[in-house]
Write a protein that binds this ligand. Structure first.
Ligand SMILES: [Zn+2]
Length: 442
């Protein structure tokens, strides 16, 4: 590796994680096209130099996934530190630094992917490398996987889904720590850290409205599908589901408010403790629907006979399309339209009464006495889904963030001037080491 971090002797795990992260950011892995092999090679050089055996798995040569492991001594549970190496694109003109510079400024490492999620890639790698140097021998394998293609993942799968299907033995595990949460919240004067244990199902659908085409100069003899769609779009946008509780929202309410009220009173109960608690809770209580795309006539002078509206829809974990379809048709009423569902993605959950949760709890209270983790459900999609489906893995999204404000972090993800606080990188590295040690006593 030219200019590798290994040229200089790291003085601490923090510096080691910082240097590795800067090197990873300098490797442009914007997806598409990805080129994740660049990141995989950096990680391989680093891990092998620290005595951790690595394997590259690539469906196409430029898009390698790296899997490394410290083999277990017996038959304890396997723990996977999961991360992805691809990033979304960056528009350099919007940034105050070069997005691929890995600049170290003002206590932060700057660059595309610093938060999503090369920071956690680096922290996970340093966690397993440092444990290997200490001759750590877990009961079950400690696995590190830095995978390709989390951000796009359409059509031809090359990342974790492909690994689960084609190389299941490489990534099979009982427990996994991935991205998804770790936000620090102060609610009603107490400190909580979000730990995501579930995700909504991304389940878009098309609302196809039918009319009759005709010349635009004689609107009277046609039946304009675009005009008919307008009313239906408003109905879709105003569709509200009755709030429902699930294990994550019940856990959140119990921790934050000390009680689990009926679903209809959940928001009010949370609001009494802190308005911000209600804000966190609200999107988790019901499914959401948002019309986002539309296509009608492609000629100005032709009245469209069909109008095709795409609706972004996020179901609660476990909720089915059939259930929503029924409710939506009742709400829209009779009409000349079809609802065409696309395949849903995500929607899995992991239980909360697990040794992994206990490990998160221990770490959080050690970091800040009195603080507790609370379960959350991510609105988007993460790779945890593939592990839960393939191996019934208990997978949580957790990378604690104490130094940087959670609101700022969520604004920086996928945006300009993305950066991670060095203090958080260090905290995350400590957390991942803590999980490995507490889950895998030899
Ligand atoms: Zn991500």
């Amino acid at each position: 590796m030219p200019g590798s971090m290994l040229d200089t002797m790291p003085t601490s795990l923090r510096d080691e994680a910082v240097e590795l992260l800067r090197e990873l950011i300098r490797a442009d892995t914007v997806n598409p096209p990805g080129n994740e092999t660049r990141a995989a090679e950096i990680l391989r050089a680093y891990l092998e130099a620290n005595g951790v055996a690595c394997e590259l798995y690539a469906r196409s040569p430029e898009r390698a996934n790296l899997v490394a492991r410290i083999p277990g001594s017996g038959d304890g549970p396997r723990l996977l530190l999961l991360s992805h190496t691809d990033t979304v694109l960056a528009t350099p003109e919007e940034w105050t630094v070069d997005p691929w510079s890995g600049a170290l400024q003002g206590g932060c490492v700057w660059g595309r992917g610093a938060l999503d999620m090369k920071g956690q890639v680096a922290a996970s790698a340093v966690a397993i490398a440092s444990l290997a140097r200490e001759s750590f021998r877990p009961a079950g394998d400690l696995i590190f996987a830095a995978t390709a293609d989390e951000e796009v993942g359409e059509d031809e799968y090359v990342g974790l889904r492909w690994l689960c299907e084609e190389h299941p033995d490489a990534v099979r595990c009982e427990y996994a720590v991935n991205e998804g949460a770790g936000d620090r919240l102060e609610l009603g004067g107490r400190v909580f850290y979000l730990c995501s244990s579930a995700e909504k199902t991304s389940s878009p659908f098309r609302l196809v409205v039918h009319g009759r085409s005709g010349h635009a100069a004689q609107p009277g003899i046609a039946d304009n599908a675009l005009v008919k769609a307008a009313l239906l779009i408003e109905r879709v946008a105003s569709f509200r589901e009755e709030p429902q509780l699930g294990p994550e929202t019940e856990g959140f309410l119990a921790a934050v408010t000390g009680t689990v009220p009926p679903a209809a009173e959940a928001l009010e109960t949370a609001r009494k403790v802190d308005p911000a608690a209600a804000e966190v809770l609200e999107p988790l209580l019901s499914m959401t629907m948002a019309p986002t795309m539309i296509a009608a006539s492609d000629k100005r002078n032709i009245i469209p006979g069909v109008c095709d509206v795409t609706v972004d829809c996020r179901l609660r974990p476990g909720q089915t399309q059939e259930e929503v379809d029924r409710g939506l048709r009742d709400w829209l009423g009779e009409g000349d339209y079809e609802i065409v569902w696309r395949e849903g993605q995500g929607g899995t959950r992991s239980p909360l009464d697990t040794p992994l949760w206990t490990a998160v709890e221990e770490f959080v209270s050690r970091t800040e006495p009195g603080a507790v983790p609370v379960p959350s459900c991510v609105a988007g999609f993460t790779d945890s889904h593939w592990l839960r489906e393939a191996f019934a893995t208990v997978a949580y999204g957790f990378f604690p963030m104490k130094e940087m404000d959670a609101d700022l972090a969520s604004r920086l993800i996928h945006s300009a001037d993305e950066r991670i606080a060095v203090a958080d990188l260090e905290l995350g590295t400590e957390f991942l080491r803590h999980v490995a040690i507490s889950l895998a006593p030899a």
